[in-house]
Design a protein around this ligand. Structure first.
Ligand SMILES: [Zn+2]
Length: 320
C-alpha cells in the first residue's frame, strides 16, 4: 500500500506542476470565440450592405457548403493564433471543445439574427425556435434571382451541412499546429530549421534504349552515388551520436555551396533541426527526397534527440 501511495503522490505532484506552468484551454478558446463572433458579425453587416453577398449560402455541387467552410476556417483562426502565440498545445480534448463551441457560436448568431429581425416589434408573436424552424424549412436555391421551391423538412439537411462545414473547418487552423514540433518541458512550439542538403544521387539524363552500355554505366553511377549518400548519412548520424557538432557542421558546409546542383539530383538527403528556443533541446531530422515535383517522395530516415549543448554549437558554428 505504501508504494501505491508514493506513486500516487508523485503523479499528483507531476500533474500539479504541469498545470501550474500553463493552462492551455481558456485563453485559446476565448480567442477562437472572439474571431468567430467577429467574422460572423462582419458577414452580417456585409449582407445588410450588399444583400446579394450571402457567403454562408455558397454551395458547390449543391451539397458542399463551401461558404460555411470558408467562414469556419476564418472564424476558427483565433484558436490557432492564440495557441501559436502562447505555446498552449492543442490536444484532442481541446479540438472537440472547439467543434462544440463553434456549434454554439453558430446558434448564437442565428439568435442574434432573430433579435435583430424582431427588434421593431413590441410583442413578438413567435418564439426563436418557431422562427428558426420556419427559416430552415424555407431554404431554397435562387434561380436567376428568383427564389425556387422551399426545401421544407429537407432544409434541416442543408442546415446540418452548413453547421458541420462551419464547425469542422474551424478546426483546420488549430489542427495544423498538431504537426508542429513541440517542447513539452517548456510548453512552447519548436523552431524548425533546414540545415542543408547532402548528395545521394546523380543528375538524371536520358539514354537511348539501344545504348545498353550507356545504360549500364548510368546505373553503375546511380549505385555509387547512393552508396556514397549512404556513407554520408552514416557519418552524419555518427557525429550526432558521438556529440561532435564540429564534424556535423563540417559535413553540411562541405556541400552548402552546391545546393542548387544537389537539388537536381535523383535523390538527396535533407537535414533539419527542430529545437526549443527556451531550453535549446531538440532533434536532428534526416529525410531522403527522391524524384522531382509531383513525383517526389520524402521518407524520414532518422530523428535523433540532441542535448542543448549540441543545439547551441550547431547554431553558432553555422553563423560563422
Ligand atoms: Zn524547451
Amino acid at each position: 500500500m505504501e508504494n501505491y501511495d508514493d506513486t500516487f503522490n508523485e503523479d499528483f505532484a507531476d500533474d500539479f506542476s504541469e498545470h501550474r506552468v500553463k493552462r492551455p484551454g481558456l485563453l485559446v478558446l476565448m480567442a477562437g470565440v472572439g474571431t468567430s463572433v467577429a467574422t460572423l458579425a462582419l458577414l452580417y453587416v456585409l449582407n445588410i450592405v450588399s444583400p446579394d453577398l450571402y457567403v454562408m449560402g455558397w454551395y458547390a455541387n449543391g451539397v458542399i457548403p463551401i461558404g460555411a467552410m470558408l467562414v469556419g476556417l476564418v472564424a476558427g483562426s483565433g484558436y490557432g493564433i492564440a495557441s501559436w502565440l502562447t505555446g498552449a498545445k492543442i490536444g484532442k480534448g481541446l479540438l472537440i471543445q472547439i467543434v462544440l463551441l463553434q456549434l454554439l457560436v453558430y446558434m448564437f448568431s442565428q439568435y442574434v439574427h432573430f433579435l435583430v429581425i424582431t427588434a421593431p416589434f413590441d410583442n413578438v408573436p413567435f418564439s426563436f425556435w418557431e422562427f428558426f424552424d420556419r427559416e430552415t424549412r424555407a431554404f431554397a436555391w435562387n434561380n436567376d434571382g428568383q427564389p425556387g421551391e422551399p426545401f421544407g423538412i429537407w432544409g434541416y439537411g442543408m442546415l446540418a451541412l452548413e453547421m458541420a462545414g462551419f464547425s469542422l473547418c474551424a478546426m483546420i487552423a488549430p489542427a495544423i499546429l498538431f504537426a508542429v514540433p513541440y517542447c513539452e518541458a517548456c510548453q512552447v512550439y519548436m523552431k524548425s530549421t533546414e540545415l542543408g542538403l547532402l548528395p545521394a544521387g546523380i543528375a538524371p539524363r536520358k539514354i537511348k534504349k539501344k545504348d545498353t552500355e550507356g545504360q549500364q554505366a548510368y546505373e553503375e553511377e546511380l549505385k555509387q552515388a547512393m552508396e556514397s549518400g549512404q556513407k554520408r548519412m552514416e557519418t552524419l548520424l555518427e557525429s550526432v551520436n558521438e556529440k561532435d557538432p564540429q564534424q556535423f557542421v563540417d559535413l553540411l558546409s562541405e556541400h552548402a555551396d552546391n545546393k542548387k546542383a544537389i537539388n537536381k539530383q535523383t535523390s538527396r538527403l535533407a537535414v533539419s533541426l527542430e529545437h526549443c528556443k527556451q531550453c535549446q533541446s531538440g532533434r536532428v531530422v534526416l529525410k531522403v527526397q527522391c524524384g522531382f515535383g509531383e513525383n517526389q517522395t520524402v521518407t524520414e530516415l532518422a530523428r535523433i534527440d540532441i542535448e542543448p549543448e549540441f543545439t547551441r554549437d550547431v547554431i553558432s558554428f553555422r553563423k560563422r
